[in-house]
Design a protein around this ligand. Sequence first.
Ligand code: AHR
Length: 497
Amino acid sequence: MTTFTKISEDERPTITVDARNVISRISDYTYGGFTEHMGRCIYGGIYDPGNPLSDENGFRKDVIEAMQDLKVPVVRYPGGNFVATYHWMDGVGPRDQRPKRPELAWQGIETNQFGTDEFMKWCKIVGTEPYLCLNMGTGTLDEALAWLEYCNGAKDTHYANLRRANGHPAPYAVKYWALGNEVYGPWQIEQTTPQSYSHKAHQWAKALKLLDPSIQLILCGESGFSSWDAHVTRACITPANLIDMYSIHLYTSSDNHLENVTAPLAAERGIQMAVSLIDLARIENSIPPSIPRPKICFDEWNVWDMFRSPGEAGAEEKYTLSDALAVSVWLNVFVRQARYIGMANVAQSVNVISPLMTTKDGIVKQTTWWPLWLFSRFMRGKTIGVNLRCGEYEGGTKPGWIRGAVDTPWLDVSAAVGKDGVVSLAVVNICGERDREVVVEGMRGVAEVWEVSGREVGVTNVEGMEEVKVREGRWDGKGAYTFPRHSLTMLRWKADV
Ligand code: AHR
């Protein structure tokens, strides 16, 4: 959590950090990923048989290494909008017998050469956990139960035996299951109403937990700031205790740099509003305090301009430094709101609106790779309270309601303390023009400095010319620290607590 005190532009800003002001644990799942059958995410991304860079499974080794480097703890699959017509049975068993199907969400052809067993194997090699999303579009409850049985069944039953027959004797023990994806949206096959979804989600949840009580179920919310959220929290968060996490999604973007970097603050308000709606449901439905409050599962988030890079064209965004700073603000949001976050998944992990791009000869790390890499590496452990005194950006925002609802300081800040007692302070100087000299109160000794920046906010990373990188340095802790214009800086020092 960051408290903000607005001061005038000519006063010197101060950031006060005290490692003893621990607020809550940061879930490791905050740094989750997402792979959808969309564009070149699966085919040509993680799965590229015949490419010399792939292993004997057809998995790209450079992508696996990148996922490991990013320390991705959990990966959502197989969609996204794709899941609304996906029948998991098409994607298991002998490859030459798997059907090719028209794919409706992104208007392609699904060959089903990559399916559940391939995804499980890929997760195991990467060292990440699978998170599956159920088809609540054209899919049935029977099909969902069969998929759960196929993945997790340990008894002598039909679908568990089918898994064994396909060469996988041990259950996969998939813990996280989503009750549909964005079923509220007009772009969705079988878009539904909050009433109808709530009824169905409750019935599905009951049955799924009867089959496997060890799973965690994620309810399909919208953004936290919609009436859909008000309805489904009230209807589904009940004393029956079937819902473990509450999903919300948001994509932000603007061609205007300052609108772009302040837009993720809408997500911060969305998290707070979703938590308030969950609390309201718990009060009105008389949920005993012994039942834990569902956490937020922010299972799709990123910068995405859907007109610039449409989904049907593969959504291969070329991210700028401005976008990398927006992603840094996104990540600060999750660290600040860590007490409410059970999981977050950047959408997506490879090629589609992604920090990581593949070519046939290798990978390119986009600008947005670097904030993710730094946060996943260092912003783990516990979130700590920070007080920020600085001036505020007062121009336009996207969405417009951010202005008046949320503060938009020139510095966007969060802090964490790791198990090793090292404090990491992340500071985004969102201003494109002005460096800011800041007093960092509570900093001890010498600090490591990690900085992500570039020539100007419009620069991108393309093959052979990666303009935005991470720069490592040291600060002796004397005087004030100057946070350069349009940069993310992480200062790290050993706390004396
Ligand atoms: O991540 C791209 C798409 O964005 C997903 O398929 C969908 O859930 C969202 O609308």
